[in-house]
Design a protein around this ligand. Structure first.
Ligand SMILES: [Zn+2]
Ligand SMILES: [Zn+2]
Length: 397
């Protein structure tokens, strides 16, 4: 039976697991309930299972009956600090926490793939590492799992690694999207503190106003984007938080703001880290103030290996027929900590449309929205793709 049909046959159970995880979402690196559900779903399968020390990860290794290389499949498991408003029958029962990025689907699909591949254990040439990862949403869970040895779980390094991510909008349900090269952005955080000298708002010349200087910094950052970066290797800087002062007639001592900086190449990322603090410092000194700009590296650029992205595209076409996969024209300015895996192992990150069939993908709410809906209809295909990527890649040797 084709893998796709086998996945469809167990779709009900995958959906059940997904709903159970969705109902009890957990945030960050410590997801004990989710971990228990995964361990229960894998129970009885011929897998070598280990759990994390510093985080509630699950690593499962399937050793095939024939010799061959190692392939890694990754599914993230964590939720977000969002209050769910979907009204779904399996909606979150935890106030203020929601699987608004669809990681519940990834977890359930990866467990489904572990089941399908376990049934083919004897014929598999090599080994598969199933990486169930906490803390994707800002906690760098992938980096923690690498530090705890996930890449060596099967005794030798994987030749390829694949990650799947569902989307609640943009892509029609059941369609896949990937691309060679940069797939998602690097995301860094800039924290700026401008120190002036407070005083009476009526006599600003006797004070040193940090607000006026900080405002100039905010606009100058946008000019930096257009004047210092190649339009074909773009960057995004957005100031998302700006705080200063208490009332209208007092000049405060200090102004603070936070910004996110997105980039798609190592060169641009390096330039941001160098140019932003310099610009902030120079503007501050032009006004006779001081400023500290802390540039903190977040997730790196998620870079798909060109061969592995082509292989994923071929696999989608072979397993699902024509019209189900697209090569994305542009990368996405969001970020992913699967990037840490792809820094060490060639691989591909693939998106899977999961908005409810019949809805307009362009109008549907985005991932992270309190009303984002990811449909069960995508589960069987995601499960099948995980399994197909492993089977076909191992067969290639
Ligand atoms: Zn997310
Ligand atoms: Zn996500």
């Amino acid at each position: 039976m084709p893998v796709r049909d086998e996945a469809a046959r167990i779709a009900g159970e995958i959906a059940e697991l997904r709903h159970a995880i969705h109902r009890e979402p957990e945030i960050g690196l410590d997801l004990p309930k989710t971990q228990q559900k995964v361990l229960a779903a894998l129970d009885g399968l011929p897998l070598e299972i280990s759990t994390g020390n510093g985080l509630s990860s699950v690593t499962a290794v399937l050793r095939g009956g024939r010799p061959g290389p190692v392939v890694l499949l990754r599914g993230d498991m964590d939720a977000l600090a969002v209050t769910e408003e979907t009204g779904l029958p399996y909606a979150s029962v935890i106030p203020g926490v929601m699987h608004a990025c669809g990681h519940d689907l990834h977890t359930a699909m990866l467990a489904g793939a572990a089941r399908l591949l376990s049934a083919r254990k004897a014929e598999i040439p090599g080994a598969v590492i199933f990486m169930f990862q906490p803390g994707e949403e800002g906690y760098a869970g992938a980096r923690h799992m690498i530090a705890e040895g996930v890449l060596d779980a099967a005794g030798e390094r994987p030749v390829a690694a694949y990650g799947l991510h569902v989307t609640s909008n943009r892509h029609p349900c059941g369609t896949f999207s990937t691309r060679p090269g940069p797939m998602l952005a690097a995301a860094d955080q800039i924290t700026v503190t401008v120190r002036g000298r407070g005083g009476h708002a009526s006599t600003p010349h006797r004070a040193a106003d940090p607000i006026a200087a900080a405002c100039e910094m905010v606009t100058a950052l946008q000019t930096l984007v257009t004047r210092k970066f190649d339009v074909f290797d773009p960057v995004v800087i957005t100031v998302g938080s700006f705080h200063a002062g208490t009332t209208d007639n007092v000049i405060p001592d200090e102004a603070r703001f936070w910004a996110t900086a997105r980039s798609f190449s190592r060169a641009s990322r390096g330039a941001l880290a160098e140019l932003v603090p310099r610009l902030i410092g120079d503007i501050a000194s032009a006004y006779g103030l001081t400023a500290v700009a802390d540039y903190a590296a977040g997730y790196p650029v998620t870079v798909n290996d060109a061969d592995e992205a082509a292989f994923a595209t071929e696999t989608i076409a072979a397993a699902f027929g024509p019209g189900r996969g697209e090569t994305a024209e542009f990368p996405i300015p969001g970020a992913e900590d699967f990037s840490f895996i792809l820094e060490q192992v060639p691989g591909a990150f693939v998106l899977l449309g999961a908005c409810p069939p019949g809805t307009d993908p362009e109008a549907a709410p985005t991932n992270h929205s309190a009303v984002a809906v990811f449909d069960d209809a995508a589960l069987a295909d995601g499960t099948a793709l995980y399994a197909e990527l492993a089977l076909r890649r191992l067969a290639r040797g």
